[in-house]
Write a protein that binds this ligand. Structure first.
Ligand code: FAD
Length: 471
């Protein structure tokens, strides 16, 4: 029989439970759907660039086994059953997503398939711990990271990565017509490239992706090369990871976002990568992976986390609405060197160091007093690791409207941050020419800090003080 693997945020062959389930059920056909009216968020421009190239890499890897990767567009509730019918498939397998509307969509697809007598396998692969399995004694989830991380660590160790399927092969008969094309088209490199190009996911004019191409090679094989370098990253990781002027972090975030690597494999490989004396690095690195888990633990019960304050008292916050200030921030023209360096790095490479993400986000929200959602949207469009869990979660953390958030009185001083984490100015020099570093800020940084503090204090002392928003 034929089994369909519905590819989503799992663009890999290694340690892929859905692919394994499909391969055990029969000859595999892979399917990727461009959801015409996405139930979640439409990927931003940098994510579409990544997705284009990562899908191309996946199709090439699958072609070696004779497995076609079909590209379709539309509503999965109709597209999946249609393609199943076209192929005469008896099984469908996917790795689940955790945004609530995605869960609802999967449930709808499952019931339509089962009505038609087709087996659907809903597998776990994107997280180390299913969000609903990490609970307090009363059965509810966590809102405080340290307690959540402790609970994760007291659970059984995440499973070891699965081996690749021992037998992976595509359909012998390639004459079926699926998604309007003969199946053969999807096995042919040129036919596939034409269909992928037709999605229009790459920039044309202007081509802003030069810096992305220079820094990244999307796809599982390149992801695995980076994974092999983890032991070098761990050398001095505890200090270097805080320093944007050093290449001190793993750069695995887009790999995890698009599932080019499984978190299970990264988790276990981190221990293997730690030589003598680097056990501190493993502990810190795994804590970072658990922040990713925590963001999704919350996202799973907060479907509006990207638009709504988690703490409702912030609904009353008097944000300033200044499109000019927002544009200056986006374009790296605030006159604050570390902020401008970060925003230019982001535009050029689709990435920004975590320390600088915190500083630039704090500056937008707590100095320019622009609503955090505006910054979140900009990051969503420009980051190659833009993630429906981590991005809004971290923005709310910085803004103070989130769980276990940075205390409102912690307003990063971008000059002090630069002294501490970029002491020689090497990072700023890389992104902002020396003469521009001396222009001076577009606002009075000290005064804006006092204004923000006053507004934060007012909101904090409001009637709703410490209430949290329910799921
Ligand atoms: P490493 O330090 O090597 O960490 C290893 C992995 O742990 C990362 O790949 C990532 O998957 C995870 N991780 C690390 N820090 C965090 C964190 N604070 N929250 C969640 N996961 C974390 N990360 C995203 O993956 N996608 C986003 O859209 C995103 N948006 C952010 C927005 C803001 C305002 C801030 C302050 C942080 C954001 N982060 C986001 C978190 C963090 O900045 C990146 O995960 C990290 O910089 C990626 O670099 P790395 O892979 O080299 O990290």
């Amino acid at each position: 029989g034929i089994a369909l693997w519905w590819v989503r945020d799992d663009l890999r062959l290694a340690d892929n439970p859905a692919l394994l389930a499909a391969a055990q059920a029969g000859a595999v056909v892979a399917l990727h759907i461009d959801e015409a009216v996405p139930v979640g968020r439409r990927p931003g421009a940098a994510s579409r660039w990544w997705l284009h190239h990562s899908l191309a890499a996946l199709a090439a890897d699958l072609r070696r086994y004779g497995v076609p990767l079909v590209l379709a567009t539309g509503d999965p509730r109709t597209v999946v059953p249609e393609i199943v019918r076209g192929l005469g498939a008896s099984h469908v397998a996917w790795n689940r997503r955790y945004h609530r509307p995605h869960r609802d969509l999967d449930a709808a697809v499952t019931s339509r398939l089962r009505d038609g007598g087709v087996a659907a396998a809903d597998c776990a692969a994107f997280l180390l711990h299913e969000p609903w399995t990490v609970t307090k004694d009363d059965g509810t989830g966590y809102k405080v990271y340290s307690a959540f991380a402790r609970a994760c660590r007291s659970r059984p160790e995440p499973r070891e990565p699965h081996a690749r399927p021992d037998a992976l092969y595509g359909p012998e008969q390639t004459t079926a017509v699926v998604a309007g094309h003969r199946l053969r088209t999807w096995l042919d490199a040129e036919g596939f490239a034409a269909a992928l190009g037709a999605r229009g996911w790459l920039p044309t004019a202007p081509d802003w992706a030069g810096g992305l191409r220079a820094m990244w090679t999307p796809g599982e094989q390149a992801a695995r090369v980076r994974l092999d370098e983890l032991s070098e990253v761990f050398d001095g990781y505890d200090e270097a990871r805080e320093r944007p002027d050093r290449d001190g972090t793993s750069l695995l975030s887009p790999r995890l976002r698009f599932g080019e690597l499984s978190p299970h494999e990264v988790w276990h490989r981190s221990l293997a990568a730690a030589g003598e004396g680097t056990s501190a690095a493993v502990q810190i690195f795994r804590d970072e992976l658990l922040w990713r888990e925590f963001a999704w633990h919350r996202r799973a019960v907060l479907p509006r986390m990207d638009t709504e304050n988690i703490r409702p008292e912030f609904d009353d916050f008097a944000w300033d609405d200044d499109p000019e200030a927002l544009r200056a921030w986006q374009q790296g023209r605030t006159g604050v060197p570390l902020v401008d360096a970060g925003m230019r790095e982001l535009w050029e490479t689709g990435f920004m160091h975590n320390r600088v993400r915190m500083v630039t986000a704090s500056f937008l929200v707590k100095n320019l007093l622009q609503q955090w959602t505006k910054g979140e949207q900009w990051f969503w469009d420009t980051l190659v690791d833009a993630d429906e869990g981590s991005n809004p979660f971290n923005w709310q953390w910085v803004a103070g409207s989130g769980d276990d958030a940075a205390p409102y009185f912690r307003i990063f001083n971008p000059y002090r941050q630069a002294e501490r984490f970029d002491p020689d100015g090497a990072y700023v020099d890389r992104w902002v020419p020396r003469e521009e570093q001396r222009t001076g800020p577009i606002i009075d940084v000290a005064q804006s800090r006092r204004d923000a503090l006053a507004e934060y204090r007012r909101v904090k002392n409001g009637p709703d003080g410490a209430r949290g928003r329910a799921g």
